[in-house]
Design a binder for this molecule. Structure first.
Ligand SMILES: Cc1cc2nc3c(=O)[nH]c(=O)nc-3n(C[C@H](O)[C@H](O)[C@H](O)COP(=O)(O)OP(=O)(O)OC[C@H]3O[C@@H](n4cnc5c(N)ncnc54)[C@H](O)[C@@H]3O)c2cc1C
Length: 806
């Protein structure tokens, strides 16, 4: 009979990530932790990693997580007594083209705002730090003194030793085969030698995670692709304590190695998926066959910047599977499909991330959420399509190829496109739509007028779409427009307990007359905003919920995990059932009234209400709300009627100059109007009071709801931060993440920004400490340059009482 073991936490996978989670759970005082590893520790992807540890990423909280890795590596050896060969020698990032230099400046601004020291230096200083480079094409560089390199296998063993010292049981040579699930929980984990039961299971099985996830019905969009680095023979007179080096223009990186050697790796265009038809055998401590042909272009590049490598031999070319995911970032958090499963996988730089990721995962497990908002890494950003072979592998290969390549803000993926198309896709394409991709959907970003090439030409400045987006913006402000927003995630909450359930979730009073449209937030216990959405009450116990295209899995998970267990309220996704045309602009009523059978005057169809109307011959849910700050209706149309509804509106609007508008114009319109975007301006880190949404919190008119106590306290005591709006007179290249300064000191970060066409100013949002929210003069640092900015109160563009509510 097979053995049966019970524990509190069961971690699957003995690479750096699994070991670090075990270590941090134990460090937090938890007992009864078991880690199962099918081979020996490190024998998946960890043992053959190059060992570079860099901290700066484009998201502040991911950077903070990586800073926690460095904090751990600084003390680990002393704590466990086991060497890790951690060399905090700094990292150098070369800029060999003008755009790359701009990027270096942008990164430096970002690093400073994240509290990470990063210096912009000249070519000579870069040479002084890394005398093997030929500085002739180098325009400058960035240097981060606290980065470094480590021996990955020793690091993992040392973390594991720390975990064992605190009581974690690490079981080697035991493979997890499957698990049993009852009522949405893993009740039993079967291995090749016995059965485990645990309160919480953590899937940290690297590139095997997707396969295991599938067995449990959990979507894990993580995979692996081939990645190579070469190790040179010893370099004569190799300088000591070289920093690590990245030359992103030539797609290569360097790490000084033992014996005076260099490790040189890179990100080629044509890597190939690994394990896309399943990973054969155990694949323990195994490498893939070397592919010199594929590495050759990288070697040629390396020879250009470090000519010495042309003179020394190659000792070895290492080819290993590197974990990747469907969007090139980690896959972390609680699996939405199961109540007691956490996932931590897809780590393309798990050595750099390992220490911090383990700490964050321990918080996530113990407190239900991490201490930092990690939406860019959260497993709930993915839907079922992301885990498919057809989507995930092409995207992973594309992300790999772009690891160092310049990726401009707004630059779209070129592969795995066209997967989710609105019924208007072909029609709008023929009318010049230039599509972007969101959650698998094709969404029109802008429309190229006749004679203009319908392609994006992205850049930090001078993007080709700007003049056309400005025209679309003006059409919404001055005339009438149609926007295809079919990709909205849509849900129905029904059942006898639906009202009570939504009252628990929302900060606003949801017990409003039928036909009310309620813009509200769902908060966590700390008062942080978990969802920002609109809810329409169509029946006593029937609520229609609309949220962003990329937030469906996240918001549905939040709602479902807080519904009553007695089944008295249930959520159904209806995204595919209805397309959405947003008819907006001051002339919208003129168009709508001419094609519907109902009276849509303000008196019978006021702002923030909804009605079922007949548009041509189509039955339509018309919701009078919008995100652009103008009179308008979101028209939710049964999919098969969409083309008819669109054609009817287009024809009726022709004499008024109706036009198609895309998502890039929505962005500038909503910025002017003061509307926030969840995941940038509002996140679980901030409350409605901090985000300027206190008017949505109805403490007086409703009973208990999630987060009420925290919000009551904030209301009584005041908030620490407030979301503020700034303007800069010039058109700045700003995209979010820039620094806000007061009297030369950094005081905040830009959460989102863009050019307001109507205002003819750059508009920026960002949180300020409360003490500064009455001040008006600030500076914004973008690309290393500072610009005077004015803080302004209230929305910049607000026709609220005239057009919006008229
Ligand atoms: C060539 C190369 C160079 C790299 N260089 C760097 C670098 O310089 N810096 C950096 O930060 N990252 C680097 N990486 C990436 C790094 O290797 C990974 O991010 C990291 O190792 C991922 O760790 P992990 O714990 O998620 O996965 P793994 O190390 O693969 O661990 C997963 C473990 O789960 C075990 N397992 C799987 N299935 C089961 C099962 N059913 N039951 C029990 N156990 C199971 C496996 O045996 C394995 O040990 C590199 C990768 C490659 C390929």
């Amino acid at each position: 009979m097979s053995s049966r073991t019970q524990c509190k936490y069961l971690i699957i996978g003995g690479g750096i990530i699994g070991c670090s989670i075990a270590y941090h759970l134990a460090k937090a005082g938890e007992k009864d932790i078991v880690l199962l590893e099918k081979a020996s520790l490190t024998e998946g992807a960890t043992w053959h990693a190059a060992g570079l540890v860099g901290q700066l990423r484009s998201s502040r909280n991911t950077t903070r997580m990586l800073q926690r890795s460095v904090e751990l590596y600084d003390r680990l050896e002393a704590e466990t007594g086991q060497a890790i060969d951690w060399k905090k020698v700094g990292s150098l990032r070369l800029a060999c083209s003008p755009d790359r230099m701009l990027e270096v400046k942008r990164l430096t601004t970002m690093a400073r705002s994240f509290g990470l020291e990063m210096q912009v230096i000249g070519a000579q200083e870069a040479y002084d730090l890394f005398p093997l480079i030929d500085p002739k094409d180098v325009l400058g560089a960035a240097f981060i003194p606290t980065d470094g390199h480590v021996d990955p296998a020793s690091l993992c063993q040392s973390i594991a030793a720390g975990a064992r010292q605190q009581g974690v049981k690490i079981v080697l040579g035991k493979k997890v085969l499957d698990a049993s699930i009852t009522a949405g929980r893993i009740t039993e984990v079967q291995t090749d030698d016995g059965v485990y039961t645990a309160e919480t299971v953590v899937l940290a099985a690297g590139m095997w995670s997707r396969e295991l996830g599938r067995k449990l019905g959990v979507n894990v969009p993580a995979c692996a692709v081939e990645h190579q680095y070469l190790v040179t023979e010893p370099i004569p007179d190799m300088p000591k304590d070289l920093p690590t080096l990245r030359d992103p223009d030539r797609l290569v990186y360097y790490k000084p190695d033992a014996g005076g050697r260099l490790v040189i790796g890179g990100y080629e265009d044509d890597t190939v998926p690994f394990g896309d038809r399943g990973i054969a055998g155990e694949f323990a401590r195994q490498l893939l066959p070397e592919n010199f042909d594929r590495f050759e272009p990288l070697a040629v590049h390396a020879g250009e910047v470090t000519p010495v490598v042309n003179q020394v031999g190659v000792r070895q070319l290492i080819n290993g599977p590197i974990p990747y995911s469907a969007d090139g970032d980690f896959v972390m958090g609680k699996a939405p499909e199961l109540d007691n499963l956490f996932v931590a996988t897809g780590f393309l730089y798990g050595i750099a991330a390992g220490g911090g990721a383990g700490a964050i995962m321990a918080e996530w497990i113990l407190e239900g959420r991490p201490s930092l908002d990690l939406w860019p890494l959260d497993i709930r950003r993915f839907g079922p399509l992301h885990g498919t072979r057809a989507f995930m592998y092409p995207r992973a290969v594309e992300h790999y190829a772009h690891h160092y390549k310049m990726r401009y803000p707004g630059q779209e993926s070129e592969v795995a496109r066209g997967i989710r198309r609105s019924p208007l896709y072909e029609t709008l394409k023929a009318r010049g739509a230039v599509y972007g991709s969101k959650n698998g959907w094709e969404r029109p970003n802008w429309f190229a007028p006749e004679g203009v090439e319908a392609v994006d030409k992205p850049g930090f400045t001078g993007q080709n779409w700007k003049p056309y987006v400005a025209e679309e913006h003006r059409a919404v402000r001055e005339g009438v427009a149609l926007i295809d927003q079919s990709s909205f995630s849509k849900f129905e909450l029904r059942g006898p307990g639906a009202l009570a359930a939504i009252q628990q979730l929302a900060v606003s009073n949801m017990d409003k007359p039928l036909g009310s449209v309620i813009y509200t937030q769902f908060c966590n216990e700390r008062g942080g905003i978990e969802a920002d959405l609109t809810v329409t009450r169509f029946g006593e116990n029937y609520f229609y919920i609309v949220t962003g295209s990329g937030f469906g899995v996240h918001d549905a998970h939040w709602i479902e995990s807080h519904l009553p267990k007695d089944g008295s309220a249930f959520l159904t996704e209806v995204t595919s059932a209805r397309a959405v045309i947003n008819l907006c602009g001051p002339k919208a009523r003129e168009v709508l009234s001419s094609v519907v059978e109902e009276d849509v005057s303000n008196a019978t169809f006021p702002f923030a209400t909804a009605q079922c109307i007949t548009l041509g011959a189509a039955p339509v849910l018309a919701i009078r709300i919008g995100y652009v700050g103008e009179l308008g209706w979101e028209l939710h149309i049964p999919t098969e009627y969409t083309a008819h509804a669109y054609e009817t509106l287009l024809e009726a609007g022709e004499r008024l100059g109706i036009r198609d508008v895309g998502y890039r114009a929505i962005e500038s319109l909503r910025l002017e109007k003061g509307y926030v975007y969840w995941s940038a301006d509002v996140t679980p880190d901030y409350s409605p009071y901090e985000a300027g949404l206190g008017f949505r919190v109805h403490l007086k008119s409703k009973g208990d709801f999630i987060g009420r106590a925290a919000l009551e306290k904030q209301k009584a005591e005041g908030v620490a931060h407030k979301l503020c709006t700034f303007t800069v007179d010039d058109a700045l290249p700003v995209f979010g993440g820039e620094t806000i300064l007061k009297d030369g000191a950094m005081v905040g970060l830009v959460s989102s920004a863009g050019f307001g066409t109507t205002l003819e100013k750059t508009v920026l949002y960002g949180y300020l400490p409360k003490a500064l929210t009455e001040e008006s003069d600030f500076e914004i640092e973008a690309f290393g340059e500072r610009h005077g900015a004015v803080r302004v109160s209230g929305p910049l563009y607000d026709p609220q009482n005239e057009r919006l509510k008229a």
